[in-house]
Design a protein around this ligand. Structure first.
Ligand SMILES: Nc1ncnc2c1ncn2[C@@H]1O[C@H](COP(=O)(O)OP(=O)(O)O)[C@@H](O)[C@H]1O
Ligand SMILES: [Mg+2]
Length: 247
């Protein structure tokens, strides 16, 4: 980040620990992300990419360092941070008997604003309907979420997070279950989100066909950032190969 820019994510020298884990997973990591940035996190399995997203979202304990997200101290205000952050998690799976339809799951994206017991307003319905259209899942709205394929569930969870209208969007390998056409489609959706100014931080191994925006590529290795560069979306794959070989 450049001096003077307003960072939406500001991590300085953080260390994290999982309950029962004896060693920190993230070690002395610093990262600033500003409005409208599209950050792709790469690096090998076990490097700490998912743990980094969970640190930003206050889902893993930060033992040392400074972590501000949307102007809130993550270490103290994790619940409030999570209301402002969209998070499409890696490899989730709904039980076939999950008693919610896709439409209800998308509307739950509004609950952080709404409060669980309040009725959705017109504006909430509009935001949910728009998210359903953006994700292209109009035909799934009344289906129980647990009866859908992995890729369809993934689309519903992306829609849930779009409906939330978050200040930051975190995505953990969001394309892993999606077919080629759905990937292409969501690249356009992500581009729209970035163009609106919402920063996106996406962990991915699929570097072909990222949205056509400037990409900030951050490579992680053993809980640290080993490279941080800006490139065009078409150059990311080569840059990852070089960074992972050199790093
Ligand atoms: N819930 C957990 N409890 C303890 N250790 C964990 C947990 N989740 C991940 N780890 C450990 O943290 C390290 C980084 O994992 P992760 O952030 O999932 O890596 P990546 O997403 O880059 O593949 C791994 O060594 C993993 O075993
Ligand atoms: Mg991971």
């Amino acid at each position: 980040m450049r001096d003077g820019d307003l960072s939406v994510i500001e991590l300085k020298g953080i260390y994290t620990a999982y309950e029962g884990g004896d060693k920190p997973v993230i070690k002395d990591l610093s990262l600033s992300v500003g409005q409208g940035e599209f950050v792709v996190i790469g690096g090998p399995n076990g490097a700490g990419k998912t743990t980094l997203l969970e640190s930003i979202n206050g889902l893993v304990r930060i033992t040392h360092g400074y972590a501000m997200v949307c102007g809130l101290d993550v270490r103290r205000s994790g619940n409030d941070v999570r209301k402002k952050v969209g998070y499409v998690i890696q490899n989730f799976y709904f039980d076939p008997f999950t008693p919610f339809t896709v439409g209800q799951v998308v509307m739950m994206g509004r609950y952080g604003r709404l409060g669980f017991f309040n009725r959705p307003s017109e504006a909430d319905h509009r935001a949910a309907d728009k998210a359903i259209r953006m994700a292209g899942i109009e035909d799934l709205v009344s289906k129980p979420i647990g009866t859908l394929s992995g890729g369809q569930q993934q689309k519903a969870m992306i829609a849930h997070n779009i409906a939330k209208e978050p200040d930051i969007m975190l995505l953990d390998e969001p394309f892993s279950n999606l077919d080629f056409r759905a990937r292409e489609y969501f690249q356009g959706v992500l581009k729209d989100i970035v163009k609106k100014g919402t920063p996106v931080v996406m962990v991915s191994h699929a570097f072909d066909g990222l949205p056509d925006v400037k990409v900030r590529l951050v490579i992680m290795s053993e809980g640290r950032i080993s490279a941080d560069m800006v490139c065009n979306s078409g150059d990311v794959e080569g840059a990852v190969r070089r960074a992972c070989v050199v790093g």
